[in-house]
Design a protein around this ligand. Structure first.
Ligand code: GLU
Length: 480
């Protein structure tokens, strides 16, 4: 059996973090079994759907590297079209078949009548279910005549009177009791079909074998199981992945911060890091790895490692994952990206050797690519370091002024643009031997005199990256 999975977004807004995670799981699963990943656009809600959102969502998926094999832009003639708004006739045809079999019926009830049914049920403390007369087979022929005469009617599905059980890959066995849902509309009176119906018709016609989607759809699934049965269609494997929650354990929403992918894209998150983090929200690596690329998952991703409990979205962890991906990048790629950042004139003018040493050192501290220019400014180019209490304390030691005046005179002798590691080692030796300063006063004193900080990267890496002109100005500033 060829595995066919689908991601079926409704283009009613930006791509949400939860949607991206669903898309990713489908993509990864299809890749892990050599299956096909289908993108289907569920735009039956014409008022809320819009082509611009479809494009933006596809752009975001593309950015994440979640690439579909089939979709509106890559149609397979056997299954096209891939936009539900272009499949209305197909749904009509299937709805009519259900009517012919007596599994659905025309319903002429007005909104007021339906409202009345609901109110009555509420008054009587019952779940509202459809109780209109059109449910009665005795009115079936009358319904057909009215429609033939041009009257508008909704098409309502006759919900079977029995319990349904779903064998879900994530949730296990889920039982929906009898009478949980009443007869429900599958095609509205304006001719537009509804989600639960289109979804099943499409999954059936598109030969979808596995439906991996959010747990919030579990309530729909009972209606979908009924439609599968009515169509005589084979059930796909269902995997309802756990809910995403915020730190307060409430369903993830805008209240918890950025929830759409494009905002993370604007904030310079790396797409591989986003995928890595999203993957971990509800799935775990067989060797408990935290950091990986999509490509590495090809051999290990499966449907067995989903967690049934809610996954907490933690932006701090996402940032950390991003930083780990920055560290994982090749220095050559990092250099290319840093060169493209604004305000990196100084970086861009340096030799490739310098750039290499610079990214190698700074990637330990960077969580994002734009951190590089900031770190270069703070650690390498800043010549007026802030006088923190810790720095003031070191400057106040009686040994520090001696170190500062020694380094100052040494700097006058340097003719090149940068000090070498060997020169730095020579200074340390001289301070120790000639000035007799050892231990903490030596190391902290030299660090303060050279960097204007009480802590930071190893001097042997940092000093050769710092222009002599900056070192001189810094010393002047510290002497003030
Ligand atoms: N269009 C639905 C949504 O965006 C997809 C539901 C499904 O995957 O079946 O939530």
């Amino acid at each position: 059996m060829t595995v066919r999975v689908r991601f079926a977004p409704s283009p009613t807004g930006y791509l949400h973090i939860g949607g991206a995670r669903t898309a990713l799981y489908n993509y990864l699963y299809s890749k892990s079994v050599g299956g096909t990943f289908v993108l289907r656009i569920e735009d039956t809600d014409l008022e809320r759907s819009n082509a611009e959102y479809e494009k933006l969502q596809m752009d975001d998926l593309n950015w994440l590297g979640i690439i579909h094999d089939e979709g509106p832009d890559k149609p397979n003639p056997k299954y096209a079209p891939y936009r539900q708004s272009e499949r209305t006739e197909i749904y009509q045809k299937y709805a009519l078949q259900l009517i012919e079999k007596g599994l659905a019926y025309y319903d002429f009830c007005t909104d007021e009548e339906l409202e009345e049914m609901k109110e009555r049920a509420t008054r009587e403390n019952r779940d509202p279910v459809y109780e209109g007369k059109w449910k009665d087979p005795a009115f079936f022929q009358e319904g057909l005549k009215k429609v033939a005469a041009g009257e508008k009617a909704a098409i309502r599905f006759r919900a079977p009177k029995k319990a349904f059980t779903l064998d879900d890959k994530v949730k296990g066995s889920v039982t929906y009791p009898e009478n949980m849902v009443g007869d429900f509309v599958i095609v509205r009176s304006n001719g537009l079909p509804v989600y639960n119906f289109c979804c099943v018709v499409d999954d059936h016609l598109m030969d979808i074998t596995h439906v991996i989607r959010g747990e919030d759809h579990l309530n729909n699934t009972v209606r979908q199981l009924m439609i599968y049965e009515a169509l005589g269609a084979k059930l796909p494997v269902f995997a309802h992945v756990s809910l995403l929650i915020g730190q307060d354990r409430q369903k993830l929403s805008k209240r918890h911060g950025a929830t759409s992918v494009n905002l993370y894209r604007n904030e310079h998150y790396l797409p591989e890091a986003m995928c890595n983090y999203l993957c971990l929200l509800g799935w775990s690596h067989p060797s408990e790895k935290d950091i990986f690329d999509k490509a590495e998952l090809k051999d290990v991703f499966n449907l067995e490692r989903f967690s049934a409990s809610a996954a907490m979205y933690d932006i701090e962890k996402l940032k950390w994952v991003n930083g780990e991906h920055v560290k994982k990048m090749s220095n050559a790629d990092l250099i290319t990206l840093v060169d493209k950042e604004p305000e990196t004139d100084f970086f861009s003018k340096q030799t490739s050797e310098w750039k290499l040493a610079c990214v190698e050192l700074l990637k330990r501290y960077a969580l994002f690519i734009p951190d590089f220019p900031k770190l270069i400014n703070d650690l390498i180019l800043k010549d007026d370091p802030e006088m923190t209490d810790a720095l003031k304390e070191i400057l106040a030691w009686e040994t520090t002024p001696k170190i500062m005046s020694f380094i100052s005179s040494e700097l006058e002798k340097v003719t090149s643009e940068f000090v070498t590691e060997a020169e730095l080692n020579g200074w340390m030796e001289s301070v120790k031997k000639d000035l007799g300063i050892k231990g903490k006063p030596l190391f902290q004193g030299v660090r303060a005199a050279i960097t204007g900080h009480d802590h930071g990267p190893d001097l042997k890496f940092l000093v050769p990256l710092t222009p002599v002109s900056v070192l001189k100005k810094r010393l002047q500033h510290l002497n003030k």
